[in-house]
Each structure stands twice: as structure tokens, then as C-alpha cells.
Write a protein that binds this ligand. Structure first.
Ligand code: GLU
Length: 555
């Protein structure tokens, strides 16, 4: 025992604080019974992907639903891979979807809360205090094996079921204090390894919140706790941080599930109560009938910035995420059509064990629905913000014709069956283009029974009577009124019973007017469109169409 104390002092001469000191510094949280403390622990190495947003939504929601705490901790122990500004970008990304931390690292880089520092590279002393204690207790030891020596061990383990530094392969596990001193004196670098108490015949069991009961072989490898520079590995830092920050639920990607036996062993040797784990399966995509993980390389929709660029409102993305996150969400939504999404009672049990299927077509449907229920001024504000960044041309129209544009966006809103034309803001330029002279594109293609010859007759008569100030009934009466003189019937039924007797019906007459005014065969309410276009513009477009069809029949 004395020898171990001596060794600990030799390895960590500058570490004076003890685990007891830190236990006192970071007491149990004063939160109500059942409140969950969760976290997002990004490494500052990359971009925010949909999987992060998905997992964070789980962590955030479970904290909020229980009046708990959601905090952000930066895991920057791998300094070589760090990218400047990565954390800020990730936190900005989360904020856009309503996820902000109660505690930890904030968007401006500041830290907030009593359990910090929340950046692992600022916590090295803490990890070393616990490392020192493990050495004192004979539960950790320095390893002097070089990279080549470790490679050699690996090469000799091909037929071994258990790989790694364990059993007879753990060369430094039983070095005497004198041997260690010699190595240290000769200036050899060392890592600190766990002296694993694991047993190859024993199993480790745990209850994953999402995946249920899991059984795996106990960990027997003497994993590295501190690297040669004294910086901890993910395993060691995770256990100490989540213990000291009093995390109750660790919600993370399921690539970590195979490490749980190591983590539970570390909780055990450190004398900590283990956290509860929820391992989230990666998002999947269906391709040619097969399910595969969303991939950074192949799927642009994996980057959260994709949704911003395309102009999917945050509310749509959040709604869709909840749809694939909990299998009962859609039922809940049907029963609670207009309820705030935050009221949905999220449950780990309703999550997919093998990976939620992500599908942009479904997202598009969800989004159309959400946008169809927004007020026009909300659509205007949100799409204006988007346009300023991604569509200068649309932004210019919005700036030049703000009030007019709000009215355009209001067409067919607030009725029993609002139209679902817009799934994302990038759909808007095309959707509203005919409402502005600057972007209107003539296109005189007709459908149904409408022909150029009929068009000439219809437009000729309609020009005489069209008035954009008419109310809807008068407007429609006028369209019916020109049917008979043009050889059409105002009665579609009548047409169907005797199609040879007519050139077309009221629908064809409307199509001709619609095409002349908008260049499309399908638009929202034509009466509303005409009222907004105004008399002058309507007349001009009717005349242009007339000219076109006249020429085309002469030709
Ligand atoms: N820094 C780890 C990662 O980015 C976090 C895993 C965890 O949440 O514990 O994968």
C-alpha cells in the first residue's frame, strides 16, 4: 500500500486536490425527484448533423419534460482533430431548432453553471486527481509500452477472442516499483492504464432506456485512462464528468454501446453510482428496398445546414423529428391537432431500437401541413429571413412589395382546407412568380378541351366584362355568362352527358383565363389572384394572350 502511495506521488507530484474535494465542490443537484439531467457532449471536430440534432432533441426533451437540466460539455481531449468555431456553429444550429442549454458552454463561448469547467481540456487536474487515487488503490498503473510494442501485441492476438491489453499481453501490469522508477528515470513516456478487475467468465448486464436489457462480456482489458500527455481518454473523462456534473441520463449514439462494459467498470472502480444509458440508433434511409445509415458522403440531407438552405421552417423539422422519434407521435398529433409540440409526452420506449427511417418525402408532407397552418405574416417574415440569405431576388420583391406580398401569401389560407403548395421557402419564388411583372413568365399551353380557337373566343368576350373589383359571386357569374356564347356549357354535368354538343365547359373557360393570367393551369383561387393583380395588369395579360392565340390559329 505504501508503495502504491509512493508511486502515485511519483506519477502525479503536482496533484494536491483529492476526489473528496471534488465531491464536495460538485454536490448532488438540488432538483426535484425524478428530474433528469442530460447533456450534449460534442467534440469540436465537425459540423452539426441530423443525428446530433435528433439525439439532442431526445436529451433536451427528456430534461424539459421532467423539469431537469440540459447542459453542454465540450469534449476536446483530441486536440489534433479540433476545428476552431465548430462548437459555436453546432450550438447555433441547435438554437435554430429551439434547443438551448441551461448550463455549460454557451453560444458566445462563455460557461454558465456550478459544475464547470465544462470544457474537458480545462479539467485535466480533476481527472488526474482521480487517476492518482486509482494508483494509490492499486487500480491503475503506468504502462511504458511503445507504439511498436503495442503493434506487436496486436499482431500476436489474431486467434485470440479478446483483443487488447489484458492477461499475459498486459506487460506492464505487474512491474515492480523499482522497475517503474527505472523506466521513469530513463525518461520513458507512459500512459496510465486501468488494472481491470474484470473476469473473462463473467457477464455485464445493464438496462438501456431504449434498447432494453443488454448482456455483454465483462471488460477485462486494461484500457488507457490517461494518454502520454496526461490527457484522459473518452472513457475516463466520460465517467468522471458525468458523475461530477451529476448527469442522470447519458443519451448518446449507439456506436458507444460496446464500450458500456468499460464504462460500468470505471463507475465501479471509482466508487460512483452509474448513470442510466440511452443509446440512440443512427438515422436510416431506404434505398432500393434496403435500409442503410445516412451517410455524410452520399446524403446532403444529413447536414443540418441543408434544411436551413432549403428553407424548411424549424417547426417542420421539429415536427418531423418527433414523428420519427416516437412511434405514437402521429396518433397524438391527430388527437391534438393544434397543440404545442412541447406538450407531447416523449418516451424512450417508443423509440426505434434499430434506427428511425428518415425520409425527405415525408418531411415535405409534414412541412406542407405546418406551413399551410401558418399565418401569412408569419410565412412572410420567415421566408423573408430565408430570402435575405439565400434568394436575393425574392428578398428584393419582398422589400419592394411587402404589403402586396403578404396578401399574395394569404391567398387560400385560413379556409377549411388550406392549400399545401409550400413545403419550404425555396418553393416560394416559383410559387408566386406570376404575381409580379418582374418574374411573370408567359406560357400559353392549354389542357382539357381548351384550344387556341376557343381561347380567342373566351378572352375576346372576357376582356369586355372582367372587373377585378367584382366580388367572388359576380366574378364567377361572368365566367359562366361567357360559356354559352363561346359554344361551351356552364354545367359540367351537362357536358359529360353530351360532350359532342359543346366545345367545352366552364372548367375549360376558367383554364383559359387562368393560363392567360398566370401561365399555369393550376393555381390557388383565381378570383383572389385577379383582385390582387389589379385591373390594369389583368387587361394587359388578357390582351397579350389574345394576341398569342390569334396568331397561333392564323398560323
Ligand atoms: N464526444 C462524444 C462524441 O462526440 C460524445 C459521446 C457522449 O455523448 O458521451 O461522440
Amino acid at each position: 500500500m505504501e508503495e502504491m502511495k509512493e508511486l502515485a506521488q511519483l506519477l502525479f507530484p503536482n496533484i494536491n486536490k483529492t476526489p473528496e474535494f471534488y465531491e464536495k465542490l460538485y454536490p448532488q443537484r438540488n432538483i426535484k425527484e425524478g428530474a433528469r439531467v442530460t447533456r450534449f457532449a460534442p467534440s469540436p471536430t465537425g459540423f452539426l448533423h441530423l443525428g446530433n440534432l435528433f439525439t439532442c432533441t431526445v436529451a433536451y426533451k427528456t430534461a424539459k419534460d421532467t423539469d431537469g437540466i440540459f447542459y453542454v460539455r465540450v469534449e476536446d481531449t483530441d486536440q489534433k482533430r479540433r476545428i476552431d468555431g465548430a462548437v459555436e456553429t453546432m450550438l447555433e444550429g441547435l438554437k435554430a431548432y429551439g434547443i438551448t442549454a441551461d448550463e455549460g458552454v454557451m453560444i458566445d463561448g462563455s460557461q454558465h453553471g456550478d459544475y464547470g469547467p465544462y470544457i474537458q481540456s480545462h479539467r485535466v487536474e480533476i481527472y488526474q486527481a482521480y487517476a492518482k487515487r486509482l494508483v494509490e488503490e492499486g487500480l491503475a498503473y503506468p504502462c511504458f509500452c511503445s507504439a511498436e510494442a503495442l503493434e506487436e501485441i496486436k499482431a500476436g492476438q489474431e486467434t485470440e477472442d479478446i483483443k487488447g491489453y489484458w492477461g499475459k499481453y498486459a506487460k506492464c501490469r505487474n512491474l515492480s516499483l523499482n522497475e517503474i522508477k527505472e523506466n521513469l528515470n530513463s525518461g520513458k513516456t507512459w500512459t496510465l492504464r486501468l488494472k481491470s478487475p474484470g473476469d473473462t467468465t463473467k457477464k455485464c448486464f445493464f438496462q438501456d432506456m431504449i434498447k432494453g436489457k443488454i448482456e455483454m462480456p465483462e471488460n477485462v482489458t486494461d484500457i488507457v485512462l490517461l494518454k502520454t500527455d496526461g490527457i484522459p481518454t473518452y472513457h475516463f473523462a466520460h465517467v468522471i464528468d458525468d458523475h461530477l456534473m451529476r448527469t442522470t441520463h447519458v443519451i448518446r449514439g449507439d456506436e458507444w454501446i460496446s464500450s458500456v462494459p468499460i464504462h460500468l467498470q470505471l463507475f465501479y472502480v471509482l466508487g460512483f453510482k452509474p448513470v442510466k444509458y440511452a443509446h440512440v440508433a443512427p438515422l436510416m434511409k431506404e434505398e432500393n428496398g434496403n435500409k442503410r445509415k445516412l451517410s455524410k458522403r452520399k446524403d446532403p440531407e444529413l447536414a443540418v445546414t441543408y434544411y436551413k438552405q432549403e428553407g424548411f421552417p424549424a417547426a417542420s423539422v421539429n415536427e418531423y423529428i418527433m414523428t420519427i422519434m416516437n412511434s405514437n407521435f402521429e396518433d397524438w398529433r391527430r388527437a391534438n391537432k393544434d397543440a404545442d409540440i412541447d406538450l407531447f409526452p416523449f418516451s424512450f420506449k417508443k423509440m426505434s431500437v434499430s434506427g428511425a427511417l428518415f425520409d425527405t418525402v415525408k418531411l415535405t408532407d409534414v412541412s406542407k401541413n405546418i406551413i399551410s397552418k401558418m399565418r401569412a405574416d408569419e410565412v412572410f417574415e420567415l421566408s423573408y429571413e430565408w430570402a435575405k440569405e439565400f434568394s436575393p431576388r425574392l428578398a428584393q420583391l419582398y422589400t419592394d412589395y411587402s404589403e402586396y406580398t403578404k396578401k399574395v401569401l394569404n391567398i387560400d389560407r385560413h379556409n377549411a382546407k388550406p392549400r399545401k403548395d409550400i413545403a419550404k421557402w425555396s418553393d416560394i419564388p416559383e410559387y408566386i412568380s406570376y404575381m409580379y411583372d418582374e418574374t411573370f413568365e408567359k406560357c400559353y399551353n392549354l389542357t382539357g378541351n381548351a384550344t387556341a380557337a376557343l381561347a380567342v373566343q373566351v378572352i375576346q368576350r372576357y376582356i369586355e366584362i372582367a372587373d377585378t373589383q367584382d366580388d367572388k359571386d359576380t366574378w364567377f357569374d361572368k365566367i359562366r355568362q361567357i360559356c354559352a356564347p363561346c359554344g361551351c356549357t356552364a354545367n359540367v354535368k351537362e357536358f359529360k352527358q353530351n360532350p359532342d354538343a359543346f366545345k367545352g365547359h366552364v372548367g375549360d373557360v376558367s383554364t383559359i383565363i387562368r393560363v392567360a393570367l398566370t401561365g399555369r393551369t393550376n393555381t390557388p383561387d383565381l378570383h383572389a389572384i385577379m383582385s390582387l393583380l389589379g385591373q390594369q395588369r389583368v387587361m394587359e395579360r388578357l390582351r397579350n394572350a389574345m394576341e398569342y392565340y390569334t396568331k397561333s390559329i392564323e398560323f
